[in-house]
Design a protein around this ligand. Sequence first.
Ligand SMILES: [Zn+2]
Length: 577
Amino acid sequence: MEATPVFARFLPKTTLLQLNAWHLDDTATLLTLHVNSTQQLVPCPVCAVFSSRVHSRYTRTLADLPWGVAHVRWQLRVRKFVCANAQCPRRIFAERLPDVVPPWARRTRRLAAWLIAIGLALGGAAGVRLSRHLGCTLSRQSLLRLIRRLPLAGDRTPRVLAVDDVALRTRQTYGTVLIDLERRQPVALWPDREAETLAPWLRAHPGVEVITRDRARAYADGARQGAPEATQVADRFHLLQNLVEALEQVFHTHRTALAAVNDAIRRQGVPLVDGTVAVAVPPPPPTGEEKTAQRRARRVECHHQVWALREQGWPGHAIAAHLGIGKSTVFRYLRSTPLPERTRRADRGRSILNPYKPYLIERWNAGCRDALRLYGELQRRGYPGSYPPVARYVQRLRQAQGQAPRPRLSRPSLPVVAEPRHPLLTARQAAWLVVRRAEPRDEAATQSLAQLRAQHVEVAEAINLAQDFAQLVRQQHPQELEPWLARAAKSAVGAFQRFAKGLRDDDDAIKAGVTLPWSNGPVEGQITRVKLLTRQMCGRASLARLERRFVLAPDREPGQRQRPLERSEVQAPSVAA
Ligand SMILES: [Zn+2]
């Protein structure tokens, strides 16, 4: 069929290509485009001298993006040229259209880009299913080959590099991730934690100036061998983690000290330094109504401020930033001069039980007080819900009549057991309690620490050493490191002598960690991504593919910047008290 100009405009590189004819098959599922190249002068791939002497022509069959419901196939007419350079070893060469299709490829570049995006987002099997749905049939192997052939962005050497380890298959294999800390982008992923892998990578990517790492020997050695001139930074989070490990050893050694503190906690009181136990009398918690009133007062105040700022001409987003509240709250407040009241949960009343309430009341008034039986009756009437709403409603009816709530069990009542208000401390939790920032520590935790100190001189010394170290790391006081190391080395606590010795071996990196702003914080999110990808790929993934999906698949929208994670702001995992 004759080509139409509109059709030709769908071709890539319309200056290089010409649509001669097209053909749609009878079922309208295969569109064949007859295309030929219009380049006049073509460079030889060996000597780059341009030639215009056509030797012969041949046809390449290529798949292109689908059009409507039809697959699109190109019959691309290309030529062979005679090299114009008499000295060139290549006499005849085929013309190339690098922007349109790679040499030898059987898909146009734009189709390949499409498939690669699908493959990176979904992986092999799911990628193939989606591609088929979108009209491109290809095998899982072909899709994976496309991804494997992608070059990694190895040309951009990061200036500040984070090295961290990651569990590839839960706890069995560990790998290493490299992250560009300035761009916050993944750079590489490999399946071991060896110096012998890190060093060659660094040699192949000269220009790394700062390397943040944990305190594993292998990364330190690898960095020294591969990039001797780079500054190594011991990551602050890992430093504190090592500190916690040393402290944990102390608490294991002095098991009795921790047991004494836990005894006091178990007796429901707050332990005191002299070993006696005072039962804490907390201020009476505000009643529900008081709390509601307090919250409302805060909202009224906030509403007032929003309007005051608006009257001074502040824009909404500035008001939100100034008052530290959400923009949507600001705009909601600005929609009405009186404070918009909240709908109370009870008034929302969308209980699944609503249509059945009249029946329940009727049965109740007829003398049926058994929630379970009523539930059965409701079910027979088509009630689709579960038992608890029915039980709650019956309880409310009971209260409305002024009856005492029914005891839950008819068994003889057991003595009342209360949860201890402060869960008992394990050695690890106690260690985090010491290392954690002082501000969020409550009264009980402070007391627990004081009592721990009171149990044994060595424990007290360890706690003091640990708190001083945590502080010098957090507040970045490198000049305090040397005196601290000397103190720890002379202390009576074996775990801290060893900890200090280990630090001294890694002295420069630790000083840098305490001085420089870099830390492995941003790595955390990337490690989570690796884990998600590994899980999604069911462990069957070859590492080459995992790495490409890790490094190349965008994990966020372009232009949207990830908020820096501050892992150095350590919060202990599930610390008691
Ligand atoms: Zn040539």
